[in-house]
Design a protein around this ligand. Structure first.
Ligand SMILES: [Zn+2]
Length: 231
């Protein structure tokens, strides 16, 4: 039976943002809304992109890759850069993903201007091949007549897209400019794998139960929703 209401539903914090990559069919354009880019190593594993979860030292050298499923399967990882972008014509606010090489102009713009917010980005592929080289042109956008939405929490948006458990989404540990999404235990560790990639549905169900029990015992993870800073 339908439930009717004369009021619009209350919206909580929205972490669901579309992830866009540069298409060979046409440019991806918009105004960057975040202040700086965000980088994360990812694997293409099991038919989708997942974050690499190996532990690295401050120089980026791997200390321990035993906690990353894809590293354990000897799959290569590659760094990706992420920014939030608003397209005023389409009224779309999305997360843009590109390789670290393609993102160089974004870093240069940040270094020259102190922030990426308000940067007009035009990303296109030089050829019609899906993996053709991505070129990004940047310029300052005149914001006097353009309202720019506040940037989303890109980490939370990516954690949502990557199906990390909710306890992880709001728990980031910052250390010397690096931010780690903090997760405990191997059950949470492997939860983000979608059931389609599971060879053993019973095992997935077992993990799911364990995660739900853990979330329930943590009060849905709310008390974990804090940023911890280590100096
Ligand atoms: Zn990995």
């Amino acid at each position: 039976m339908p439930t009717w209401n004369t009021r619009l539903p209350r919206r909580g914090t929205v972490n669901a943002f579309e992830l866009k990559r540069c298409q060979p069919t046409g440019p991806t354009k918009g105004i960057i809304t975040c202040n700086n880019l965000l980088c994360c190593d990812t694997h293409y594993f099991g038919g989708r992109t997942i974050p690499c979860e190996r532990i690295v030292n401050e120089h980026g050298k791997t200390i321990d890759d035993s906690r990353c499923l894809a590293c354990r399967a000897r799959q290569p990882w590659r760094p990706h850069a992420y920014v939030s972008v608003f397209n005023p014509k389409l009224h779309e606010h999305f997360i843009f993903e590109c390789t670290d090489a393609a993102a160089q102009p974004l870093e240069e713009y940040f270094n020259a201007n102190g922030s990426l917010r308000g940067c007009l980005m035009n990303a296109y592929r030089a050829s019609t091949r899906p993996n053709g080289k991505v070129t990004i042109i940047t310029s300052a956008y005149d914001l006097r007549n353009q309202h720019l939405p506040e940037p989303p929490n890109i980490i939370a948006a990516l954690c949502t897209l990557w199906r990390l458990p909710q306890t992880a989404v709001n728990t980031q540990v910052e250390n010397n400019g690096r931010i780690t999404t903090n997760r405990d235990g191997d059950v949470l560790h492997e939860f983000h794998l979608p059931p389609d990639n599971e060879g053993d549905p019973a095992m997935f169900q077992q993990r799911r139960e364990a995660v739900l029990t853990e979330l329930a015992s943590n009060g849905n993870g709310q008390q974990h929703a804090k940023r911890t800073k280590h100096s």
